[in-house]
Design a protein around this ligand. Sequence first.
Ligand code: RP5
Length: 160
Amino acid sequence: MKKISIVMGSKSDLETVSETVNVLNEFKTEFDLKVLSAHRSPQDLIRYVEKSSESGTKVFIAAAGMSAALAGVIAAHTTLPVIGIPVETRNLKGLDSLLSTVQMPPGIPVGCMSIGKPGAKNAALFALEILGTEDSKIRARLARYKKQMRASIRKTRISL
Ligand code: RP5
């Protein structure tokens, strides 16, 4: 069963979302990946969110740029946690996406990550942490992941 549903506002977001996909593949975690837009295909988006919420999804990841309503609209139609990735944009460098994703009105929370690829990577890890609350194997893999990062920082040598 696919417990993570990833939605992108456009195929052009895939370059960013590939960071999310890479982490989930590394953790051997299945996911669903769809292009659905809050502005361009709102009815299809809502249908997908309602269907997924009833058929095994535990967490949504939403990546969108510009006036990024995607994560918020998903959150409006589910009680599952929604993680937002503000996609970097050409004109405003993703500040537009960040503010659109993070500034949710009270009552409809979205867990907003940082702009662009770093946020996309963290979205996967955050989703795994959510699943890890009820899955000791995922918790153990996350602990190994952090241990490896710690080891690589400790190994860093600077020669001036
Ligand atoms: C948003 O508009 C998408 O999430 C994308 O980041 C941005 C531009 O979309 P395209 O014009 O590249 O399809 O809805």
